[in-house]
Design a protein. Structure first.
Length: 425
């Protein structure tokens, strides 16, 4: 199934590693424009090649990567390795410490139809095109994607636990997540990793756009290469792989906020319409609502209005009116029920064009605050998607609605870079 390889990473030179925290950030940080601008003030921040603000033209970024190499801002390791990467963190709202254990490697970029690497979310074509151009002009994987595999026997954990005792990096970020990286060079141990993954499917957790950009790049070069063998560097992608049986998944719910009700609709009218599909009850303690796990044919949401909160429980018979022609594995997701009945049927936001009416947050307290302060008119709080739901959707060949999952913490960009040049492979 999955084919992986060790690789010779490009990494920041020793004179910069002492300030690694100021050079690294997850790509998701780019949504915070003010912080993004501050990060670009650091001349060697990884965003300058991973999420450049001056592209297009992409030639600029290609020259920047080459200059970083010539100036020894980054340098390539001498030997191929598996890069063990652990994240120690605490989920928001929880008191328990968590750990995500995995390793960074190159993985053969299989087309989705091959059913080896499986996506669970839809992508935005413009973002994929941007990433494809970036890869084409830099020949560099700048941030690993995050993939998950299932190994109940935990065959590789012993090797990773031993390796991580001798880290090459240890960085604690602003969220108090501790990122630790080590290397495994031993060829016999590396062979164990390669062998263990041969029977595994990979479920994409985070970085769908980056992975699709590699597919685009690979397919273009393959088409133009009459001597294509499948072993060329462009056939591989940089990925961080974590075992679902030994790692905390760190999946957070993504709550929805509505900018404003449709013109002429009052809050009372909205509640009256909701009652057609849902049992609606006023709630004093909304946190209790969030902890309720759904059972079959039961979908629950918390509705936050400015002066009152409600529990919405879908009436079982309402599912008979879910008439969209989409597979059951998608239809039964909480988010699909929310988007169809609340946003499409009741608020009139068209199924395929709802995001312009909505804002998103993983922090339910932020949602409540924004509604109470009038920044957003209302919020719909939901539970997190489970790994079983992700797995079922992946294996069905379908994808969830966009912004269905949020994996926390994100991969810290700037720890390792992977080349797709033949002489650097």
């Amino acid at each position: 199934m999955a084919e992986i390889l060790p690789f010779k990473a490009w990494r920041y030179n020793e004179f910069l590693t002492e300030k690694l925290l100021s050079l690294s950030a997850p790509l998701s940080e780019t949504i915070f424009k003010q912080k993004e601008a501050a990060l670009y003030q650091e001349p060697y921040h990884n965003f300058h090649i991973a999420s450049p603000s001056d592209a297009p033209p992409f030639e600029n970024i290609g020259r920047r990567v080459e200059n970083w190499k010539l100036d020894k801002v980054i340098r390539q390791d001498n030997l191929p390795a598996i890069y063990v990467y652990y994240q120690h963190f605490r989920n928001k709202g929880e008191s328990r410490d968590a750990c995500r254990r995995g390793f960074i490697c190159l993985i053969k970029a299989n087309d989705f139809e091959d059913k080896v690497i499986l996506p669970h979310e839809m992508t935005v074509p413009q973002a994929v095109n941007f990433r494809t151009n970036l890869l084409q002009f830099t020949d560099m994987h700048t941030t690993p994607t995050h993939g998950m595999y299932a190994d109940e026997e935990q065959l590789l954990e012993h090797y990773m636990d031993e390796s991580i005792k001798n880290p090459i990096y240890e960085v604690t970020d602003a969220n108090q997540t501790r990122h630790i990286v080590s290397m495994i060079h031993d060829q016999q141990v590396v062979a164990q990793f390669v062998q263990a993954l041969r029977s595994k499917k990979i479920y994409l957790a985070d970085g769908h756009h980056r992975y699709e950009s590699t597919l685009n790049y690979k397919n273009t070069l393959e088409k133009n290469n009459p001597y294509h063998t499948g072993t060329e560097p462009y056939n591989y992608h940089l990925m961080w792989l974590t075992n679902t049986h030994s790692s905390d998944l760190g999946i957070l719910p993504t709550h929805r906020m509505v900018h404003q009700l449709p013109e002429g609709m009052t809050e009372a009218e909205m509640l009256e319409k909701l009652a057609k599909y849902f049992d609606v009850s006023a709630q004093d303690n909304i946190q209790q609502v969030l902890g309720v796990a759904p059972t079959e044919n039961l979908w629950r949401f918390a509705l936050i209005c400015q002066n009152k909160s409600y529990l919405l429980s879908l009436k079982p018979e309402s599912m008979q009116e879910f008439v969209l022609d989409i597979p059951d594995v998608i239809k039964k997701l909480d988010l699909s029920v929310m988007h169809y009945f609340i946003f499409d049927r009741i608020l009139g936001f068209p199924w395929g064009d709802q995001f312009r009416f909505l804002a998103f947050s993983q922090n339910y307290k932020e949602c409540i605050r924004k509604v109470q302060e009038g920044e957003e008119q209302l919020a719909i709080l939901t539970r997190k998607v489970t790994f079983e739901e992700i797995k079922n959707v992946c294996e069905s060949g379908n994808t969830m609605p966009a912004k269905a999952t949020y994996f926390f913490p994100k991969v810290l960009g700037g720890l390792v870079f992977g080349s797709v040049k033949q002489d650097e492979f």
